[in-house]
Design a protein around this ligand. Structure first.
Ligand code: CAA
Length: 240
């Protein structure tokens, strides 16, 4: 029986590539999305993967959201916490709303979603959780105290939950992408992005598929001895 995988923020960018890669690898996949109906409809039409809308930053929305996925596909055995937003700005110009929106969507979502699936994973004696971190959580980034804090928090969350899951067949790992050519990165002002690309030894932005392939490996049955680790995929920008 194909395992069931749920990818948050799964209808665009890196999340979309992860959904498609998992489907190609034979998993039953569900994508969660937060708000962009048009992109979600296009995604489902193109891939046949069902998309479910809820706010992963809101625990009260996650519980019925996960139940809906389970009713459609079965218990979630693989969770990819990918949903993330940016609200960039230097600290002296950043509002509390910019801070909180990013912490809530990028970090609290990992708690909310993992909490919703962990009991069934423990009961089944199997689970795979992959959290999408960032080079900017490892190295810091100008204009991103909110995002860097959330992503850095994801790396601590990953290690702590890995310890809790290890004896129950549940692995918990992080992937830390560098600058990938998604809408999120393309939104960085051109002049700033050019400076950033100049710091990437490989000399280019990464591709979403390059992240998706690593996630497919980490969730496979073959990767059962890999837990609490972070796979950095950043073209050599930061060696952590
Ligand atoms: N690297 C190098 N230089 C940078 C820089 C960076 N990351 N960010 C800003 N600078 C430079 C600017 O080029 C500018 O230099 P000059 O004075 O020589 O022109 C100087 O710092 C001041 O910057 P701004 O004029 O842009 O300042 P601002 O207040 O108008 O804007 C900002 C600040 C909104 C943070 C803007 O600089 C910005 O958007 N920076 C990019 C932040 C970033 O990297 N975000 C990543 C988004 S993608 C992502 O997060 C995905 C992931 O995981 C990797």
């Amino acid at each position: 029986m194909a395992r069931v995988a749920l990818v948050t923020g799964g209808t665009r960018g890196i999340g979309e590539a992860i959904c498609v890669a998992l489907q190609d690898a034979g998993y039953k996949v569900a994508a969660n999305y937060g708000g962009n109906e048009e992109a979600a409809a296009k995604f489902t039409q193109a891939t046949g993967i069902p998309a479910f809308k809820w706010d992963v930053g809101d625990m009260a929305a996650c519980q019925p959201g996960v139940k809906q996925v389970e009713a459609a596909l079965g218990p979630v055995e693989i969770l990819v916490n990918n949903a993330g937003i940016t609200r960039d700005g230097t600290l002296h110009k950043m509002s509390f709303e910019q801070w909180e929106a990013v912490i809530r969507t990028n970090l609290s979502s990992c708690f909310n979603m993992s909490r919703c699936v962990i009991e069934s994973m423990r009961a089944a004696g199997f689970g795979r959780i992959v959290n999408i971190g960032s080079v900017n959580g490892q190295a810091g980034q100008y204009g991103q105290v909110n995002y860097a804090s959330a992503k850095s928090g994801i790396h601590g969350f990953t290690k702590a939950l890995a310890l809790e899951g290890a004896a129950k067949g549940i692995t918990v790992n992080a992937v830390a992408p560098g600058y990938i050519g998604t809408e999120m990165v393309r939104a960085v002002p051109e002049k700033v992005l050019a400076k950033i690309i100049a710091t990437i030894p490989v000399g280019r932005l990464g591709e979403a598929d390059e992240i998706a392939r690593s996630v497919t490996f980490l969730v496979s049955d073959d990767a059962g001895f890999i837990t609490g680790s972070t796979l950095s995929i950043n073209g050599g920008q930061h060696m952590y």
